[in-house]
Every structure is written in structure tokens, then in C-alpha cells.
Write a new protein. Structure first.
Length: 406
């Protein structure tokens, strides 16, 4: 999906995320940034790092957070624990975390497998777009069922999700039309969930929305917090999976030897998914503001100054991954106790939806490549895939395939 350049983006960020060359391969630009120094400053005064060690340090450091805000870094999803600092973040994450537990996610495995099988059965024997046929509908169905959204309303989620995902991007990098669509989608989404939440209060169900409307120890989400959390669950719980499946499938198809191993070891799909998350992650960068004067890599950072953490670049930092960091190796984490990467962040803002994304991504890719899948000829294929216009998120707009019956 083509897009025009963003005026001033290079001066602010140190790169232009709308440049077609950057969309095709951001990692070449990241290497140039890394070669310029561990911590550099852009013309506009933004600090930038591609270092795994520095990204990890900042993400874990309570002296960095999301306040003060300014310079267009405000997010459309406020108030949300994605962009809050303690103590507000601690309270909100406690309330939401009780409803969004790993146990609840694991209970979804049979349903995820059923949905994937159905979507791939529909695709068998003809042209098939990976994104519209599998990567997008799978998490929409699952998150809708998790929240208790009626099946008849699921189609509305795609437009909302596409527009709301731009809320992760800095305002100054968004065209006016995108800002307007995002705000319109947020208003529609808010009105919808405000009505649905009211129904759940009067008629509780066994779903996540009912749990989110409940009080714990006399505490409950405010209406604004509830709506913002639903936005977050839609965007983080949906967009992350869409891009994991798309980016992961593309990486495997471009690396036949790795795909062969993946197909030969379907029970190790979870191991491969961790490498796919490291290699081409759905989220490419995040920002933190210094909440007090701090020294970082020997450099003084003043209160309020912003640090751009290129987590996508950090996942290929040779200092953290000395063994061929730019190569895909689906066995990289085969003998590791934990998968070391920053695809889901670190610290208090570690992605709450990570278990669900891992589950959906692993099942989808395992079942996809259990079938005879070949790239379809034509535009948007392996050589020149089309990417979505998001900046913080990295994901395919589409990927044409041919899928044989199982």
C-alpha cells in the first residue's frame, strides 16, 4: 500500500517510515542507525537507540514512562494501561489482568484450531489471500467471542481495527484523513461497547466483557477505562496476531530450508514462533519519556526528553544475538528456557495479549503449512509484498497464495 512521505519525519525520527524502501526492509535503515552510535539524537532532539541492552534497560527502568506527553506522541486509546504509568497503571492492569489470564487463553486452544481449520478449508483449491482469508478473520473471531460480541457484528471490527491501529502511531505522522477516520472509529467503537457493556451489567454472561464490568474488592473500571481497554484488546489482541501470521508466513516462504524444518516438526511450532517474532516483529518501536534527569549510556537525558526504542532493530542487535542475527533460524530457541526478544516489550508494559497472539500465531502457521501452500503469481507476492500504512506496527496488506486441500 503506497503512501506519501511524512514531512519532517526523517528529522524527527532519523528515518522516514513511509519511504517505500523502508517499508520493504526497515532493518537496513536500522543498521545504519546502529552504526551511528549506541544512542543518537535526531535533528528534532529525539533520542534514538537500536541497542538491545539500552532498550531492555529503559523498558525496565521506572525513571522512564509515558509522562510527560507532548510533541504529537499522544495516543488515541487513553486512558489505557498501554500508555499509563504507576500507580494508575498498576491498578488498571490488576483489574484487567484478572479477567485476561493464561488459563483463560489456554481454554481457547480447541476453538482456535477449529476456526483455523474452517478458514483453511474455505481457502482450499483456489486463490487465497493470507491476510484477508486467515490472518485477519482468525483473531477477529476469537477476540469477538472472548469479549462476547455477537457474530453478526464481527464484520464491523475490521474497519474499526484498521482505523484504531493508527492510534499507536504518533499524531504528527498521520495524515489528516487518517486522524479523522481514527477518531470516527473510536467514537463508533465506544458507542457500541458502551451499549454492550450496559447489557452485560444487566445480563451477565461467561465472557471477558462481563468480567471487565465486574468490581474486584470494591474497585472497578470507569466507563472511560473500560472503553479504552476494549480498544486496546481489539488493537493489541487482534493486530499483533494479524501481523505475526503475515510476517511469519512470508519469512518462512522466503526461507525454504526453515520452512522444511517447520513442516517436519509441527509440535515445535511454538519454538519457531518465538524466532519469527524476533526476526520480523509486529511492533517495530515504542517511546519512553524521562520522568526525571537520567544518565543513559553515559549521556545525560533531561526530564521530559523522549527516547525512541527501536525494538525491531534491537531484536537483531549482534551484541544480543551474536549468531547470525539477520538470519531466520527457527531452531534458535529450541534449547532455551525462555525466548529472549522484545517483540512484546518488557517490564510493566509487557503485552497482556502475548499468550493469545502466540497461541493463534502458532496454530495458524502450523495448520497453514501442514497443507500444500505455494505463493500465487502476480503483484504483492514474495518478491514485492504490499505492506500496510501503519508506522509502529509492521504487517502485510496481503499475500496471495494457493492452498491445496488438507
Amino acid at each position: 500500500m503506497a503512501t506519501t512521505g511524512v514531512p519532517g519525519a526523517r528529522a524527527i525520527l532519523g528515518f522516514d517510515p513511509s519511504d517505500p524502501a523502508f517499508r520493504a526492509d526497515p532493518y537496513a535503515a536500522y543498521r545504519r542507525i546502529a552504526e551511528a552510535g549506541t544512542l543518537t539524537r535526531t535533528e528534532a532532539g529525539l533520542w534514538v537507540t537500536a541497542s538491545y541492552g539500552l532498550c531492555e534497560s529503559v523498558l525496565r527502568d521506572h525513571r522512564f514512562g509515558h509522562r510527560p506527553e507532548g510533541g504529537g506522541w499522544r495516543r488515541a486509546s487513553r486512558p489505557s494501561f498501554l500508555t499509563m504509568d504507576p500507580p494508575d497503571h498498576t491498578r488498571l492492569r490488576r483489574l484487567v489482568g484478572r479477567a485476561f489470564t493464561p488459563r483463560l487463553v489456554e481454554r481457547l486452544r480447541p476453538r482456535v484450531e477449529e476456526v483455523v481449520d474452517g478458514l483453511l478449508a474455505d481457502a482450499a483449491g483456489g486463490p487465497f489471500d493470507l491476510v484477508t482469508g486467515l490472518a485477519h478473520p482468525l483473531p477477529v473471531i476469537i477476540i469477538s467471542e472472548l469479549l462476547g460480541v455477537p457474530a453478526r457484528d464481527r464484520d464491523r471490527f475490521r474497519g474499526w481495527s484498521d482505523a484504531l491501529a493508527r492510534g499507536l502511531d504518533p499524531d504528527f505522522l498521520l495524515p489528516p484523513d487518517d486522524l479523522a477516520r481514527r477518531d470516527e472509529a473510536r467514537a463508533e467503537f465506544g458507542a457500541y461497547f458502551r451499549e454492550l457493556a450496559a447489557l452485560r451489567r444487566d445480563d451477565p454472561r461467561d465472557d471477558l466483557l462481563t468480567a471487565l464490568t465486574a468490581s474486584y474488592d470494591g474497585d472497578a473500571l470507569t466507563e472511560a477505562e473500560l472503553l479504552a481497554t476494549c480498544v486496546l484488546l481489539l488493537v493489541a489482541g487482534h493486530e499483533t496476531t494479524v501481523n505475526l501470521i503475515g510476517n511469519g508466513a512470508l519469512a518462512l516462504l522466503r526461507n525454504p530450508d526453515q520452512l522444511a524444518w517447520f513442516r517436519a516438526h509441527p509440535d515445535a511450532a511454538s519454538v519457531a514462533v518465538e524466532e519469527l517474532l524476533r526476526y520480523d516483529p509486529p511492533v517495530q518501536f515504542t517511546v519512553r519519556a524521562a520522568l526525571e534527569d537520567v544518565e543513559l549510556a553515559g549521556t545525560p537525558i533531561r526530564t521530559g526528553e523522549i527516547v525512541l526504542l527501536l525494538t525491531g532493530a534491537a531484536n537483531r542487535d549482534p551484541a544480543a544475538f551474536p549468531d547470525r542475527p539477520d538470519d531466520l533460524d527457527v531452531t534458535r530457541y529450541a534449547n532455551a528456557e525462555t525466548a529472549r526478544h522484545l517483540a512484546f516489550g518488557l517490564g510493566i508494559h509487557y503485552c497482556l495479549g502475548a499468550p493469545l497472539a502466540r497461541l493463534e500465531g502458532g496454530v495458524a502457521l502450523r495448520e497453514l503449512f501442514a497443507r500444500d501452500v505455494v505463493p500465487a503469481e502476480g503483484p504483492g507476492g514474495l518478491d514485492e509484498p504490499s505492506y500496510r500504512d501503519n508506522i509502529v506496527l509492521r504487517g502485510l496488506a496481503g499475500l496471495p497464495l494457493l492452498v491445496a486441500p488438507a
